[in-house]
Design a protein around this ligand. Structure first.
Ligand code: 5AD
Ligand code: GLU
Length: 647
């Protein structure tokens, strides 16, 4: 019989962050605890449903929206304690608030009945130590581990629901009528004849701006991320950034709207106005609606893009397009598997086909060339380039099938300059190759480089240096556009001044780029490797689908040919894992069902072995924990990591 403490972990509300939860799950298990993970996006009631079997209940929230989803916690806790009088610990941690001080946050949650509260991220070791200490102090004994209730999920896929052709107008219009009922602001969508009062649209086309920059081989266009709850603040922030040299204006959709919990977003707007500081982690487009968003877009000079993150943005993107927005971001794999727990990939595919077809129809009917962009893999953490590239290719093919002709493919910096440069170059080349192979010759294809998207250095000067050097990499890689981080990334949502500072740092990086040394030999080797990997995966997908990329992609997800490390989705195989090598480049540690040749596999294995040998550490968890935390803890020598990650 085995005795252990048992821990229930999971994310709350609209939060999509999955990496930390997964790391805790693996690490706590390795430390001897019995662990059940509920994954991301749980209602607080779900925690209470399973709580009685556990000694510690750990709620994770990384996007600062926790408060919106914990209103009922004190009452539920009281009710629960009436029938369960054994002692247990309630813990909450992550990045708990967008706008409040750590002191306020701690006070609130302790007052609500939590016994452990961490308003900001702490290291894994601190988490374990803290739990052990609290368990001891509260005299909670380890218990006999018997089988426990677990959530059951339905992961069946219905291949008959896949549509592998261009949608016709009736199909789109039929859905459209229902979709615009999702929230009252939908009424405005049909009432507006888009471009009658928007003659300026073509002049501000993002497609045109990107294309011109690609042709003239300019430095990457600069795009800062922004998103606050109040539209007046949002507008003035974007105006300020245009004056500070941003080339593309954009907003991030807030997490509540991403999950279609519009009532929570509305409550977040009210709370923000009351507290005079944004309590939402993005801008809630659907809450403001077409007319107000249109005024905002028209008060700016740059092209305007909406960026999101969720498997169903049909309603929000209807509002955005009616408001005259020039570009939309997201795709059926990159905003499903890395971002969502329960949505079936076939359903996600249909949602994104709807959006692609809608964009294409704006072109047909109003001569408006809406740019479509994708992120490779949104978990963005230790993503080997071939995974990101394959996902971009598939999504580009899906968009092109619906008639989209302006496409931007994306990749997030991992930290080894040669690998990152090779990745952006191959992303462009290979997407172009497959678009041509499938007969889509009309597309204008460009690339976007995301400055490091995983946990950022906490030290300001380190973050500054990362942004500077990342800009050099992007310039060397010839990316058309760059998503810009800020030096306060690890600390808070940036102010306009933080964003403006970041723009200046990037321009300094570009100016320094021609003098920076590059390892051409290494870049060439990485390019060759990526090319082989991508073709091997794409061949397998096309074969699985019997020529149909749509079917092949879904089959590949099911069989683990597409497998995204750290994905929160119940549809993801979760067999692939990656580690950094001694140069900081990302390599496969477990291949799962990736259809790689022996030659490719051996190369990765060798690099991983050298890392294990050099660090005298063969525990995968321990190496992973280092890879996930060394950057934010500032425990690395220099960015990029080439030549100095493990020495
Ligand atoms: N404002 C600024 N940056 C944002 N990001 C997301 N939402 C916002 C926002 N409202 C950026 C941050 C974050 C990444 C996922 O996107 O850099 O880490
Ligand atoms: N989709 C996002 C982007 O590239 C990722 C960041 C986020 O989730 O807000 O802008």
């Amino acid at each position: 019989m085995k005795y252990a403490h048992s821990i229930l972990i999971g994310g709350i509300g609209d939060d999509a962050h999955s990496v930390g939860i997964r790391l805790l799950e693996l690490g706590l298990r390795e430390s001897g605890f019995y662990v059940l993970s509920l994954g991301i996006r749980n209602d607080i009631r779900t925690f209470f449903k399973y709580a009685k079997d556990f000694d510690v209940i750990m709620i994770s929230n990384k996007n600062g929206h926790a408060e919106l989803y914990l209103k009922d916690f004190p009452d539920l806790l009281n009710e629960f304690q009436l029938t369960n009088d054994t002692k247990r610990l309630w813990a909450i941690g992550g990045s708990l608030s967008v706008g409040e001080s750590d002191f306020q946050v701690k006070k609130r949650y302790l007052g609500m009945g939590f016994s452990i509260v961490h308003p900001k991220p702490i290291s894994f070791l601190q988490v374990v130590e803290n739990i052990r200490q609290e368990l001891g102090q509260n005299g909670i004994p380890p218990k006999n581990i018997l089988s426990r209730n677990k959530p059951k999920y339905d992961v069946r896929i219905n291949y008959d629901d896949i549509i592998d052709r261009q949608w016709d107008d009736e199909e789109l219009d039929k859905q459209r009528k229902e979709i615009i009922k999702e929230w009252p602001t939908g009424k405005e969508v049909m009432a507006i004849d888009l471009y009658n009062n928007n003659g300026e649209y073509q002049k501000r086309s993002l497609d045109q701006l990107l294309w011109n920059n690609k042709v003239k081989k300019g430095f990457p266009l600069l795009q800062p991320r922004t998103g606050v709850a109040d539209i007046a603040q949002q507008t003035s922030k974007l105006q300020f950034l245009e004056e500070s040299g941003s080339n593309v204006s954009s907003v991030q959709l807030d997490a509540a709207c991403r999950s279609k919990m519009y009532d929570k977003a509305e409550a977040g707007v009210e709370l923000s106005l009351e507290r005079k500081t944004s309590q939402l982690n993005g801008f809630p487009i659907p809450i403001y609606g077409v007319n107000k968003v249109r005024s905002m877009v028209n008060s700016l000079n740059n092209p305007f893009q909406l960026r999101g993150g969720g498997p169903d943005h049909r309603f929000t993107y209807e509002i955005a397009l009616s408001a005259g927005i020039h570009a939309l971001e997201g795709g059926f794999i990159c905003y499903c598997l890395p971002y969502d727990k329960l949505t079936n990939p076939v359903e996600s595919m249909r949602n994104w086909q709807y959006i692609d077809r809608l964009c294409a129809r704006y072109k047909q009917r109003h001569s408006v060339n809406v740019n479509r962009e994708y992120f490779g893999v949104l978990t963005a953490t230790l993503i080997e380039p071939s995974i990101a590239i394959v996902i971009n290719i598939i999504q580009a093919l899906m968009s092109a099938q619906q008639g989209v002709v302006s496409i931007t493919v994306g990749y997030a910096e991992q930290g080894n300059r040669s690998q990152d440069i090779a990745a952006i170059k191959m992303l462009g080349e290979l997407t172009a190759f497959y678009l041509k192979k499938f007969g889509y010759n009309q597309c204008r294809l460009t690339t976007v480089y995301h400055q490091f998207m995983a946990a950022f250095p906490e030290e300001y000067s380190r973050a500054e240096d990362l942004i500077f050097n990342s800009s050099i990499t992007a310039a060397k890689a010839g990316a058309t556009k760059m998503m810009v981080k800020t030096p306060v990334e690890a600390i808070k949502i940036p102010t306009r001044y933080d964003n403006a500072d970041a723009l200046r740092i990037c321009r300094r990086g570009f100016a320094a780029s021609s003098a920076a040394v590059t390892n051409y030999k290494m870049i060439a080797l990485e390019k060759k490797l990526i090319e082989k990997e991508v073709h091997q995966i794409m061949d397998a997908i096309i074969e699985e689908g019997n020529g149909s990329v749509a079917r092949g992609a879904v089959k590949a997800i099911e069989s683990g040919i597409i497998d995204i490390p750290w994905s929160p989705s119940i549809f993801n195989a979760n067999k692939v894992s990656t580690l950094r090598d001694v140069e900081g480049a990302v390599r496969f540690n477990h291949f799962g069902n990736l259809p790689f040749s022996t030659e490719v596999k051996e190369l990765h294995q060798e690099k991983v072995h050298i890392r294990q040998y050099m660090e005298r550490d063969s525990s995968t968890f321990s190496l992973l924990e280092k890879d996930l935390s060394r950057i934010w803890k500032n425990e690395y020598k220099q960015w990029p990591l080439d030549g100095n990650y493990v020495v």
